[in-house]
Design a protein around this ligand. Sequence first.
Ligand code: UT7
Length: 331
Amino acid sequence: MITKYSAKISGTGKYTPDKIVNNYDLEKMVNTTDEWIRTRTGMFERHFVADDQAASDLAYEAALQALEAANIRAKDLGMIIVATISNDHAFPSTACILQKKLGVKDFPAFDLSAGCTGWIYAANIAKQYIENGVAEHILIIGVEILSQLINWEDRGTCVLFGDGAGATVISRAEPKDISRFIDTEISADGTHYDLLIQPAGGSRMPASKESIEKNLHTIYMEGNKIFKHAVRSMYDVCETVLKRNHMDVRSIDWLITHQANLRIIESLGKKLKIDDEKVIVNIEKYANTSSATIPIALDESIRSGKIRHGDVILAASFGAGLTSGSLLFRL
Ligand code: UT7
């Protein structure tokens, strides 16, 4: 591919629903304790949607903030990519619904299914379209309503997830800009597709009375197996982009990983030998919002002044598929 331009992040936004459910609330709902959840995962609160909210509603609120931060209007966009496993509908895409909500049309809009790695996959795709000159501004969103997919009879998974949206505008960088994408790597190991899955509702197992009775439209996860894959795969994709660019962790100002478990984040940090203060963690406030964790953490860190223009950031994720990916960029 001929690279004509560079891509950069020009704006971010986030939206989390008003309703907050903390570990003590969960103690009243399932056989669990605040102590178990905190020590095993680092989570304390998570946000849950109201009955009338769907993924595109959350995505829309986050998108408005990101467009404003990027100082562009929706009509300036050349593409919308929504990374989600909890779309408004199986079809059409949530991206097309969001396009309507934003009052724009006549450019591509599509959803992307890469589980928790969705935002990084979307950034990787956006980078190609910006670099080859096809688009000038692309809106990418990680949005999930996992509260709708929780199996309340499985205490091993029901305490882990939350709802939220993180939006990011990827734009063409001017030659004088210091902000730019440095590199990105995405991968998948489909041999483990069944470790994290929503078994029913697709063509393999269409909705039936039985599938509903057996809770097969909810999240099934083999947590222990995923845990091991998570650290190894995130380490690999981080090492790949660092080595390819002759960089090491000393050149990184911030590491933002998928927020699935504090122990996973800490294990990766240790393996990469990065200072603890450089690792962004907000899992205690939002739990695991899948594709939304990284863009939410990024937006929050920028707006609080923690991450600044010019900082070098390494983002890494893993998720259903099993997918993994990293994005190295200067803000
Ligand atoms: O983002 C997508 C990818 N997903 C992930 O990254 C998840 C990765 N995995 C994990 O984060 C961890 O494996 C979990 C947090 C899911 C589970 O932690 P764990 O340390 O692997 O616990 P475990 O599943 O081995 O269970 C340990 C014990 C069991 O009891 P016994 O058999 O030792 O008596 C469970 O029954 O903890 C028990 N347990 C609970 N106890 C209280 C499991 N869930 C709960 C709970 N409250 N909610």
